[in-house]
Structures are given as C-alpha cells and as structure tokens.
Design a protein. Structure first.
Length: 408
C-alpha cells in the first residue's frame, strides 16, 4: 500500500521490527528471547481505535479508560515499559506467570516467553478491561493465556504457585497473597510507590520477605479495588495551564497557605558543585533524598509554570521538594561550561528558603560522596515485623507491609 504522497506504507511486521530496533537502542530489550517475543505480537489489535503505527512507538502508552474526573485508570503500557518489566522478570520456558493488570499485549509477550508448556494468568478488576483482553487473546490465538476478572488483592489462588508475578499498575503496598502465591526464590516485578516515588522493582522472595534485585523509574496508573491508595494532591498554584502542586504520600500535611505565599514570593538558590550528564538518570539520587529527609513530597508542575517563571523546573511526575514549615526547596540543575554537564542545586522559597535549600544541597553532596556508585536495597517485610529486625534506613509503613530503603 502507498500513501497519497507515493510513500510505501510499512507493514505490521515492519512496524514491529522498527519498534524492536528502537527498544534495543534504548537498552530496554536485551535478552534475545524478549526481542523475539516483541517481534511476534500484533499489539495494535488490542486497541483497534488507535492508529496502528502509534501503538508501535516505543514510548507511547495507550489510555483505554478514565474515571468520572478524567483520571487515567486503565492503559496499555508503552512498549519500552513492557520490555523493561519482562527483562526484570527473567522469565524462562515452562513457567507459570501471573500478570496483575490486564490489557492483552503484555500477556501475549509473556505467553511467547513461557512457551506452550507454560501458562500466563492475567487478572483485572474491571470487566471492560478483561473483555478487551479476551477479545485480543481470541483474535491472536494464544491458548496458554487465562483471563480472570477479579480484585487482584487476593491474587489468583486457583493457578498458584507462580514462578513470576508481574504487576502493571502502581501499587502502594504488597498484599500478602502476592507473596504467598509466589514460589520461594520467584520474582515479583511491581511498580511500587514509596513516599510519592514509583519504581518498578524486581523483588526475589526470600521466605516471608522480598529483596530487591534492581529497579527502574516508571509511571503507571494506580491500582483500584481493596488495594487502592491514592496520593493526596495539594495545590500551590492553580493558574489554568500552569498548575503547581505537592504530591503527598504519608508526608505531614503542610501549611498550604504559607507555601502558596512562599511560592509567590522571591526565590533563592544554593548549588552543590555536583554535576551530572544531560541524559543521566537521577532516580538513585532521589531515592537517597527520600531516605535521608523526612518531609520530602514531590512537586508536580505543568510546563507552562516553568515558562512563566513560577518554578525553575517542571515535571508531571514530580521533583523532590523539602518542606519546612512555611518554606520549601526543590531540586534543580543548571548548565556548566562543560558540554552536556549540569550542576545540581536547589531553589528555595519562604522565610527560611536559604536554610532549606542548603539542607537539600547537603544531601546531594552526601549522595555524591558516599552513595552515587551504589544502588539502594529495597526490602518488603510483613507489617508486624519489629523495628529491631529491619535494616537501617528509611522505613515506610503500609497497612500490610513495612518497606525499607537502605544503602551500602
């Protein structure tokens, strides 16, 4: 087929091949078996309302449902994120895998990985979502996928135990059923929210606890049902199109009026002397900051807020922001004389802006000197675990678990 301009329209396989090549270049797909699975699945069939070419864009997630407030509650994750999680899972032929959060394509990738002797169980609380997944499975002919409509809080005991569990929605806690239904030594890959920050973490089950074996920064729609635990959003600036807000996740409720006044006032800056590359991720730094600092929510801001000078940096996910009474400071960076190198620092607002900004900078410098070359260790313990049985570091208490972040 050709377009009106005479250009040849790519075939479905060519679109898949181009997607895979991009994922390889991004480092999201490395295992040859993962690459082969990505090449095999016609993912566009899961979202027929979307242009096929868009579904094969590496960073393109497809929102399939929103709630009454316009909040995204279901999606088909971007290929890069799906590839990343599958790589984290380390799936082998013949395994039994539970996918929590359905959609269709990801279950098909998993089915390709486990082969005909394996089994994929995909569960979702929303019958609209599972109906879509069932249509996709039927259309693509996978016979080793079972679609279940249920609240995944209880897992899917009828097919347990599982060699792998992959969660494709943001979770703030780990239900005991997920651990109990996972084989000892098995892997749970889950986008876990910790003090506003979400990382997709590969956990290995070790008895009653989970121990991290790597993590990546990510964004997912939040879990619904019994395990739902939404963040609190507090507005600092509500000008349409240039909104700024704090994402609170177990943090103390701040004096919002004082912080709104602070943001409207002058800013101060503090600089660390620590530099990073332009494409260097800062997720390890941010985990250190939330380990070290008690009152560190994330500040989310629209791009227009930066363009209008309200904030110095904008991010929809959020920037670590240290709050102290009526003052706050958030992480930022500035270009250096060295090509593609940026100095980390902090922008402060409020009566104690300089002090708060310097406190944030102190921890940036400590991360650079003591922790930059190390990865955090994240562990999940039962909720009744005594303090003296937890590692030193940040403890995040949830209803069902105690999550710890510690550093070498």
């Amino acid at each position: 087929m050709t377009t009106e301009t005479g250009q040849q329209t790519p075939t479905e396989q060519q679109m898949r091949d181009a997607m895979v090549q991009q994922l390889i270049e991004l480092g999201a797909a490395r295992d040859p078996r993962v690459v082969a699975a990505l090449r095999a699945v016609p993912r566009h069939l899961a979202t027929p309302e979307v242009e096929a070419a868009k579904t094969y864009q590496a960073e393109s997630a497809t929102i399939t449902k929103t709630d009454e407030n316009g909040v995204d509650i279901s999606s088909v994750s971007a290929p890069r994120v799906q590839a990343m999680q599958i790589e984290q899972a380390g799936i082998k032929t013949g395994m039994t895998v539970l996918e929590i959060g359905s959609g269709g394509p990801n279950a098909a990738y998993l089915a390709e990985m486990v082969g005909e002797q394996g089994r994929v169980v995909t569960v979702d609380i929303d019958p609209d979502v599972t109906e879509r997944a069932e249509r996709f499975v039927a259309e693509t002919g996978y016979r080793n996928i079972t679609v279940v409509t249920a609240d995944a809080e209880g897992g899917v005991p009828g097919h347990a135990p599982y060699d792998r569990i992959i969660v494709t929605v943001q979770a703030a806690d780990i239900p005991p059923a997920w651990i109990e239904q996972l084989k000892d030594g098995g892997r749970l890959v889950v986008p876990l929210r910790m003090r506003s920050m979400t990382r997709t973490i590969a956990f290995i089950r070790n008895g009653k606890r989970l121990v991290s074996d790597g993590f990546e920064q990510c964004g997912f729609v939040p879990m619904r049902g019994a395990g739902e635990n939404r963040m609190r959003l507090e507005s600092l600036h509500d000008e349409e199109g240039a909104e700024v807000a704090l994402r609170l996740d177990g943090h103390p409720v701040p004096d919002i009026e004082a912080l709104r006044s602070a943001l409207a006032g002058p800013r101060t800056e503090a600089w660390s002397g620590v530099t990073v590359g332009g494409m260097e991720p800062k997720d390890h730094l941010d985990l250190w900051l939330t380990t070290a600092l008690d009152n560190l929510p994330l500040m989310a801001a629209k791009p227009a807020a930066r363009q209008r000078g309200i904030v110095a940096v904008a991010s929809p996910i959020g920037i670590p922001t240290l709050v102290d009474g009526g003052s706050f400071a958030y992480r930022t960076s500035r270009a250096t004389d060295e090509a593609d190198r940026y100095e980390l620092g902090a922008v402060g607002h409020g009566p104690d802006a300089q002090k708060v900004a310097e406190r944030l900078v102190d921890e940036i410098q400590k991360w650079n000197g003591e922790h930059r070359s190390h990865q955090a260790r994240i562990e999940v313990f039962p909720a009744n675990t005594p303090d003296d049985q937890l590692p030193a570091g940040r403890v995040i208490d949830r209803p069902r678990t105690r999550v710890t972040i510690s550093w070498p």
